[in-house]
Every structure is written in structure tokens, then in C-alpha cells.
Design a protein around this ligand. Sequence first.
Ligand SMILES: Cc1ncc(COP(=O)(O)O)c(C=O)c1O
Length: 288
Amino acid sequence: MQNPAWIDGVVVELSSAKVSLEDRAYLFGDGIYEVVRFYDRYLFFLAAHLDRLENSARAIRLLLPYRKEEITTVANELINKSGFENGYLYLQVTRGSAMRDHLFPESTAPSMIMYVREMPPLAPLEQVKPFHLVALPDERWLNCHIKTVNLLPNLLARQRAFESGAAEAVLYRPGGIVTEGTRSNIFAVIEGVVRTHPATNLILPGISRQIVLDILVEQGLLFNEVAFTLEELQKATELWVTSTNMEVNPARSVDSLILPEPLPGPVCLKLMKEFRIRVAANRNRMEK
Ligand SMILES: Cc1ncc(COP(=O)(O)O)c(C=O)c1O
């Protein structure tokens, strides 16, 4: 076998190894991994890598499906099967395959894959070429405007929200600046003005958000694309989320803050009605 791969106990050739389209690592980036080098067939610092894997699993609330001893045995078997002297072992654990939903699946077990690839042995010191490097701003996890499948932070927040009995989270940045939800944009009416975070790198520019903004313009309602803080949120008279799945949905409370009656409030109700008018208009357009 050229590049042996191991998928939950089954060994196949890497080029014909397949995982489900609904694997959560594929859909959401909902997984963790390690890359371990081996030199002369000996895995290098495997124990440290497995400790880190365990820490990563704990951090994303994933139960490792195999014990470290089992992983070590399989890893060594793969190296032996490959016949490679030097190379790397790749191992990945995902939350398994289940119907797409941000919430952790209840009846799906985590899944683990491993494979090995060959690499040249350690180069002699005199052959090591010094690198050219480049300085770049560290923007990791700050590119929320990209609708990427790297949704793990969203999943973890959504799960926490769900476990505290909430349908959605109101996410905030340092200084209490409210950005958006885990899978929706957030609007509030504060001192008579509709407010929502501007479409910067800190939020996903929702299609539903834009539909709502268009309706606000059309209806001559006061709005400002200026972020509000958790402190300002205490003065909100209305609050709602928007998304393709949830459309325009009012909120009745956030933590201990209770939004005043009636629910939905007048602005939200208007938006919900106008949203439905657009859905009906869309159907008429399609039927033509
Ligand atoms: C983080 C985030 N914000 C906002 C939205 C709402 O976007 P849209 O209205 O296009 O569904 C989504 C939708 O998936 C989302 O994941």
C-alpha cells in the first residue's frame, strides 16, 4: 500500500479514501488535527502532539473517540504498512457526520482519520536555506465578512446559547460592541432609531440584513448603521434578528433584559409584513 489511510478502523489507500459530504469538518471546520513527523520510522514527540490533541478536543468539547494508546498503535502500524522511512502522520478528529445544523449532533459519534505521507529525511545543516519572511497584520478570526465554512467559533457560541435556553446569541467585541448573532444579523431600536452594526469585516453582510435596510429606506424609517453597545442595548425598545433561515424574528429578551410589549414591536412588525410582501412578489415573479 502506497499511502495508507485509516478511517475509523478501516485501512484504505489514501487516493481512494472518502469521507461524508456532511462531515462537520467539511461543512463547518468542526474538527481538530495534528501533524507528527517521523524520522527513521520513529514518531517524533508523538506524546506532546497527543496531549495537544486532547487539549484541543477539550476546548471544542469533543470526546476523542480513541485512547492515546490506540492512536499510537494505529499510527505505528500505518508507518510500517507504508514502508516509508521518513514522513509525517496526519490525524484529524471531527464531530462526525450529521444533517447540517450548527448545534452539536446528539446521536453522531466523533470520527477520526489518520494517514501517512513520505518526506525527505532531515537535511544536512549546510543545505538549510535561510528564509525570506514578510510582515502581515494578524487578521485571523477577524474576517467575519467572508461566508467561510470555518464556522467553529459560531458553532461553539450557538451551542452555549442553546444550552442556556436562548435561540441565538448577541455577540459582542471588547467594549461591549454588539456585532451580530452566530448565524444572523442583529437590529435594535434605541431612542427611536433602528441601529445595526455597519457592514465591516466584523460581521457577515447578510442578504436579509440588506433587505431590511432597503425596507427601512423605502418606508422612511429612521435608521443608522452605527454599532451599539451592550450598555445601549439596555435602552432598546425593540430587538430582532435577520437571516435567510429565520427571516425577521423579534426577540423578547436578552439575558435578564426584557423587551417591552407589544411583541413584535411596531417597527419589527412592519418589517415582518414587508418581508412577506417581498416573498409573495418573488413567487409572482417566478410564476411569470
Ligand atoms: C454569522 C452570520 N451572520 C449573519 C447571517 C445572515 O445572513 P443571511 O441573511 O444572508 O442569511 C448568517 C447566515 O448564515 C451568518 O452565519
